[in-house]
Design a protein around this ligand. Structure first.
Ligand code: GLN
Length: 300
């Protein structure tokens, strides 16, 4: 087993989970009206190892919308269907250094990377459907979808800017592409769902619960590389420096963390810091790394 003494690992997780409840800073995202209705007190955690050992705490089965946590998945599906070369004719691999919904493109007039809104909107232009989390809970929030659609002026501006710059494949309309984008943001999952998705990535694309190859290995390599450099908005550089592991956060306060070849972790706590990452989820990662030397360059 990849974590031989799973019991003592879980007792450390318990301890970290409890410590995190002291973190009460941050604010629940309010720019999407429906998201502001979510209680700031939810706090959940789930772990799934690459050999299928699982452990959950707190509100781990409470559903929330995946928001930006869906971005690596949209990217992965585009890669899976079209290959890396084709996909990267439409999107770059550089961190933008800007907020996730900034109205900017790179020097080639392409979105910087697929982990922020412009890039994810382009991926939706390359794609049709989503399915990846074994038999874990996956749902859809029509309320959040409608709420985003009604108030997503910034995303409209981003899509029109990219139309002007001819970023999309031919015959894509702004309306179609944003519909798919909002749908991907409004997918419901819970910590357990995110842990299984993250574990599938940790396991090179083979879901540890079903043993099915869901994504090709080269696709997972690309996904994890960009999650590591661009997955935490304009905190990505800091996170890569301090934690060194691929991760992705969303404005609903969800986050997935991948420990390659070991496990996936799904976390959820709605209050966000100024850059849009969940305060408690970040603290959890820091504490986890205090306990376990998981930074890839920590023990060379
Ligand atoms: N639906 C959100 C938006 O487009 C997703 C952003 C996020 O999770 N950071 O603004």
């Amino acid at each position: 087993l990849v974590i031989p003494d799973f019991r003592s690992f879980c007792s450390h997780l318990d301890q970290i989970f409890e410590e995190c409840t002291d973190i009460t800073s941050g604010n629940v995202a309010s720019y999407i009206p429906e998201l502001s209705k979510v209680s700031p007190n939810f706090w959940g955690m789930s772990v799934c190892t690459v050999d299928g050992q699982r452990y959950s705490k707190g509100d781990s089965t409470e559903p929330f919308t995946l928001q930006s946590c869906s971005k690596p998945l949209t990217y992965g599906l585009a890669l899976q269907q079209l290959g890396s070369e084709k996909v990267h004719q439409f999107v770059g691999q550089e961190p933008s250094g800007e907020v996730f919904n900034a109205l900017i493109l790179d020097k080639h007039d392409m979105p910087h990377n697929p982990m922020i809104n412009p890039g994810a909107i382009i991926m939706c232009g390359l794609l049709k459907s989503l399915n990846l989390a074994a038999n874990e809970y996956v749902g859809f929030s029509n309320e959040v979808y409608e709420s985003e659609k009604a108030t997503g002026f910034r995303n409209c501006a981003i899509a029109y800017l990219m139309m002007e710059k001819k970023c999309f494949p031919p015959s894509i309309t702004v309306d179609d592409v944003l519909t798919l984008y909002y749908k991907s943001c409004s997918i419901l999952g819970n910590c357990e769902t995110l842990s299984v998705i993250a574990a599938t990535l940790a396991n090179g694309g083979v879901c540890p619960l079903t043993n099915k190859m869901v994504l090709r290995q080269d696709v997972v390599q690309n996904m994890l590389s960009l999650m590591q450099s661009c997955g935490m908005y304009d905190y990505s550089g800091h996170f890569a420096f301090q934690i060194g592991l691929p991760a992705k956060s969303g404005v609903s306060g969800g986050m997935m963390l991948v420990v390659p070849s070991v496990m996936g972790i799904g976390l959820w706590s709605p209050p966000l810091d100024r850059l849009g990452n969940s305060c408690r989820c970040l603290y959890f990662c820091e504490r986890l790394l205090d306990f376990y030397c998981m930074h890839p360059y920590a023990r060379l």
